[in-house]
Design a protein around this ligand. Structure first.
Ligand code: NDP
Ligand code: MG
Ligand code: MG
Length: 340
């Protein structure tokens, strides 16, 4: 089994003498900045004036411009949206990086696909929590953590690995498990997971189930509960006990249906499509498309987003959730529900 490191396996001295700039204060940024600060590290947040800036000030964190934060810091963690990172890096981070500094990321996309090319004289590492930022924060406050991957792209100082591990411990990942990866593996598996299973695979499965039931004349409300709402209850069981834990809790009828019908829906043909998706990720075809889409101002992204919002499952879902305030309350952040 791959070696998993925990809190007591990691020495944090190497990071104690350093100043950490957290660039961005969104989903990941606020969690990293607050957790690191409460772990005893010296943190400054780099931002532009705006909503996040005001929130960081409200939270009692020191906030300055991205350029100033970079100039002050020894370790610069870039937690801006991936598609904006190259521009901000060129304009405000790169000119203020000192030799011997460390440049860090929570996702490998821009380094792996060469959208950011760091100088040779800095360390470059990755600490990627495997969970939404709001959970990285919430679990930390509860005394737990979200597992994280770490990886080294460039070790100039000879201590990049110790730095990455100390950083991961500082955000609370030591309580859940810290695993070694590479920028390539993290980038490709993260993209594949969200496309084929977590986000893309799941939304398509849910919609297909809902459409099948409603096209057969069943009530949309019933179809919504059956194909979307109940999903969380099933996923919670899988999260706690794997597939077998979930199967232990469901009825034998449900389990039999799982065995005989699941493979009729998701089968070798589906897997062949998944392999195509993976190939597009590995060859850079997906990355190129997403970079060009952003350069063109997201015409397709916006069109599909608009069309998806009019799907009948969304209409009935909005109505039903209005009547379940306890559900709505948890969805306090778009990031918390859609991003990983
Ligand atoms: P968010 O979109 O939540 O936050 C982005 C932050 O960047 C905001 O604080 C925003 O501030 C700030 N920002 C945007 N543009 C600029 C700019 N030009 N100058 C200064 N600040 C700016 O990002 P995420 O936390 O989702 O993602 C950050 C990184 O973490 C990405 O690499 C992502 O892949 C990775 N990641 C994200 C996960 C998640 O849970 N969302 C999970 C694991 C990794 P403002 O309010 O001013 O717009
Ligand atoms: Mg991702
Ligand atoms: Mg049932």
């Amino acid at each position: 089994m791959t070696k998993v490191l925990y809190h007591n396996d990691v020495q944090e001295e190497v990071l104690q003498s350093k100043k950490i700039a957290v660039i961005g204060y969104g989903s990941q940024g606020h969690a990293h900045a607050l957790n690191l600060k409460e772990s005893g590290f010296d943190v400054v947040v780099g931002l532009r004036p705006g909503k996040s800036w005001d929130k960081a000030v409200e939270d009692g964190v020191q906030v300055v411009s991205v350029a100033d934060a970079t100039a002050q810091a020894d370790v610069v963690m870039v937690l801006l949206p991936d598609e904006l990172q190259p521009k901000v890096y060129e304009e405000s981070i790169k000119p203020n990086l000192q030799p011997g500094n460390a440049l860090a990321f929570a996702h490998g996309f821009n380094i792996h696909f060469n959208q950011i090319v760091p100088p040779d004289n800095v360390d470059v590492f990755l600490v990627a929590p495997k969970g939404p930022g709001h959970l990285v924060r919430r679990t930390f406050e509860e005394g737990a953590g979200v597992p994280a991957l770490y990886g080294i792209y460039q070790d100039c100082s000879g201590e990049a690995k110790q730095l990455a591990l100390a950083y991961a411990k500082g955000v609370g990942a030591g309580r859940a498990g810290i695993l070694e990866t590479s920028f390539q593996e993290e980038t490709e598996t993260d993209l594949f997971g969200e496309q084929a299973v977590l986000c893309g695979g799941l939304t398509s499965l849910v919609k297909a189930g809902f459409e099948t039931l409603t096209e057969a004349g069943y009530q949309p409300e019933v179809a919504y509960f059956e194909c979307l709402h109940e999903l969380k209850l099933i996923v919670d069981l899988m999260y706690e006990g794997g597939l077998e834990g979930m199967r232990y809790s469901i009825s034998d009828t449900a389990q039999w249906g799982d065995f005989v019908s699941g493979p009729r829906v998701v089968n070798e043909e589906t897997k062949a499509r998944m392999k195509e998706v993976l190939t597009d990720i590995q060859t850079g075809v997906f990355a190129k498309g997403w970079i060009l889409e952003n350069q063109a101002n997201r015409p397709q992204f916006n069109a599909v987003n608009q069309k998806e919002s009019t799907h009948p499952i969304e209409k009935v879902g909005r109505e039903l959730r209005e009547l379940m305030p306890f559900v709505k309350k948890q969805v306090n952040s778009k990031k918390e529900v859609v991003s990983n």
